[in-house]
Design a protein around this ligand. Structure first.
Ligand SMILES: [Zn+2]
Length: 594
């Protein structure tokens, strides 16, 4: 019973209540203790939770039930609430839906024609300068079309549709200047209850005069809690619009012909609050800004070229562009011929979605090279196409350039040679251009990172790159794979020498290292047996002493050691690789010494 009161504009709560009652209903049917709900006192408590309009309706229901000589039960109430909840929660005509869509609850401003401030009136009557300034100011505002006077007839009206902006003058006696404060939200905080927002649309018009509009972005804000006047709110919205526009101009990579800022005439709030108000209307910014569209066809190509870091990818993408361009041009010409939409044949539409061919790639390469040469050797191409020789100042004069169709090639002195034409007259490539670098890199990759001269030889089969050797050197020095392959092998830093190696003034073989080598096959009588060599090296003088060991066992090593000491004198320290024989000999010797 401690459920909250359900408000009329809260259909969801009503729905919850209906479900709650339904559950109680089951309880009433099955549990005897729940029968208390049937008492009229308890029903009354439940009724009190309902919105007032429903309480009224309930009285009708009770009256009708009683008139049919029936008793009002809990099930009647459940049915009644269920029915009303269903009505209120209808997805199409429900309360929530209607309130938001049609704007039943949009707050309309009340008639404010009684809002004349008596204090202001008194000041106007008393202070002459103030009155004069105030009247002059207001006349100017009206003359500029920012406001209109409210007619006497309108003032006499009693309905809610007529209203005006309250305003009062503030006169500073020292500054001798009047400020008039327009305050349309001073009495009506409803106006600032809603929010404001901006929407951006793009309008596209093609050459066939077809117009397409698309939504780009929208931005909605809730009005700050602090009371703000409607014109100010409008201005804030305008500011947001301008900022959004600035951001969009940065982000959209489409040339924009014109911008149009304006209020949305269909907006519900706008209609009720601002339609009659010239001040607000003026506050909305209306500007049309013309932007110059730069001739960016070459800019686009430059961007495209700079975008790729592989010659093949660039060629492929250009090939696709050319292919699609060809297809589009074909369609346009077809359209013009028939003056109607021609049905694109199945084979045709498939043709341009097919893979690009070798010829497409060759065409793409040709057009890229033509473009680059036109950019870099404009003067030379112009003079050559005018059948003149290249200027003496040109840096490709020595190459004796010739025009072969659109391409600039090396003339050279090999005309009489039997080499292929392509090799006799390579295509001239500019120095330091991105395309030259791409081509060089491609050849370098094709040749599996070969050396400088091999690369140069291959390059010159097709292209003549100005200052090629240095470009090639630069490329190879930058190539990660080549750098890794030609890098010097890492070297280990040697540790400090042990003191045995560097102790001076000692007889040779005072400190020695020993190791076995072999085996060697030795003939003894008629059989072959194994013998091992033992090498002693002096650690300080690096002198060596060789002995023969009969086998790998300890005793033969002891023999070897005896022979060595007998020949070279007493040893202070022996270093070995801890072989079994050495360790065994050491153990045996130590045992004997003990
Ligand atoms: Zn490389």
């Amino acid at each position: 019973m401690n459920r909250p009161f359900i408000k009329a504009d809260h259909p969801k709560a009503l729905d919850d209540f209906a479900i709650f009652l339904q559950e109680c209903m089951y309880a009433v049917n099955y549990v005897d203790a729940a029968k208390v709900l049937e008492y009229s006192e308890n029903l009354k408590l439940l009724i009190q939770k309902l919105p007032f309009y429903m309480q009224e309706k309930w009285r009708n229901v009770v009256y009708e039930t009683k008139s049919r000589k029936n008793i009002v039960t809990f099930s009647h109430l459940v049915e009644f609430v269920k029915k009303d909840s269903k009505k209120a929660n209808d997805p199409v005509y429900g309360k929530d839906v209607l309130n938001t869509q049609v704007g039943k609850n949009v707050k309309r401003l009340q008639d404010n024609n009684m809002n004349i401030d008596l204090e202001d009136l008194k000041r106007l009557l008393l202070d002459e300068t103030f009155r004069d300034e105030y009247v002059t100011f207001m006349n100017k505002v009206i003359g500029d079309g920012f406001a209109t006077e409210v007619s006497i007839d309108d003032l006499a009206k009693k309905d809610n549709d007529v209203w005006f902006l309250p305003h009062h003058g503030v006169f500073h006696p020292r500054k001798k200047k009047i400020r008039v404060v327009f305050d349309c939200a001073a009495k009506f905080q409803d106006a600032s209850e809603s929010g404001y927002g901006t929407v951006t649309y793009l309008r596209l018009e093609n050459t066939f005069d077809e117009i397409h509009c698309s939504f780009v972005m929208g931005k909605a804000r809730v009005t700050p809690l602090k009371t703000i006047t409607v014109p100010r709110l409008e201005l804030t919205a305008a500011t947001v619009a301008v900022r959004t526009n600035k951001m969009l101009l940065n982000e959209l990579e489409i040339p924009i012909d014109g911008l149009y800022f304006g209020p949305t005439p269909s907006s519900e709030n706008h209609g009720t609050i601002c339609a009659d108000d010239p001040e607000v209307r003026q506050a909305t910014v209306r500007t049309i800004i013309k932007t110059e569209i730069p001739d960016n066809s070459s800019l686009g190509v430059e961007k495209l070229i700079a975008y790729f870091s592989s010659w093949m990818s660039l060629k492929r993408s250009v090939a696709w562009i050319l292919k699609i361009r060809k297809e589009l041009l074909r369609r346009v010409s077809n359209k013009k011929q028939d003056n109607k939409m021609t049905l694109v044949k199945e084979s045709d539409s498939k043709d341009y979605t097919k893979r690009i061919s070798l010829q497409d790639l060759k065409d793409a390469e040709h057009s890229i090279l033509v473009y680059v040469q036109r950019q870099e050797f404009t003067d030379e191409i112009n003079t050559l196409s005018g059948n003149k020789t290249v200027k003496a100042t040109s840096n490709i004069r020595k190459l004796d350039p010739v025009l072969d169709g659109d391409l600039l090639r090396v003339g050279g002195r090999l005309i009489k040679s039997k080499m292929p034409e392509k090799c006799k007259h390579p295509i001239i490539l500019p120095k330091g251009h991105h395309i030259s670098e791409l081509i060089l890199r491609q050849i370098h990759m094709d040749l599996q990172h070969s050396g400088r001269n091999h690369l140069l030889a291959h390059l010159r089969e097709t292209y003549w790159l100005i200052n090629a050797p240095s470009a090639v050197r630069k490329l190879i020095s930058k190539c990660v794979v080549c750098r890794r392959l030609s890098a010097p092998v890492g070297e280990q830093k040697m540790a400090n020498l042990p003191s045995d190696r560097i102790t001076p003034d000692e007889p040779p073989f005072s400190r020695v290292g020993v190791d076995y080598f072999g085996p060697f096959e030795v003939k003894q009588r008629r059989c072959r047996i194994k013998r091992y060599g033992a090498i002693f090296t002096c650690l300080s003088s690096r002198a060596i002493h060789l002995e023969v060991a009969a086998s790998l066992d300890t005793s033969s090593y002891i023999n070897v050691l005896r022979r060595f000491i007998a020949r070279r004198g007493q040893v202070e320290k022996i270093r070995s690789d801890n072989g079994t024989n050495f360790v065994g000999a050491e153990r045996e010797l130590k045992k004997r010494i003990k």
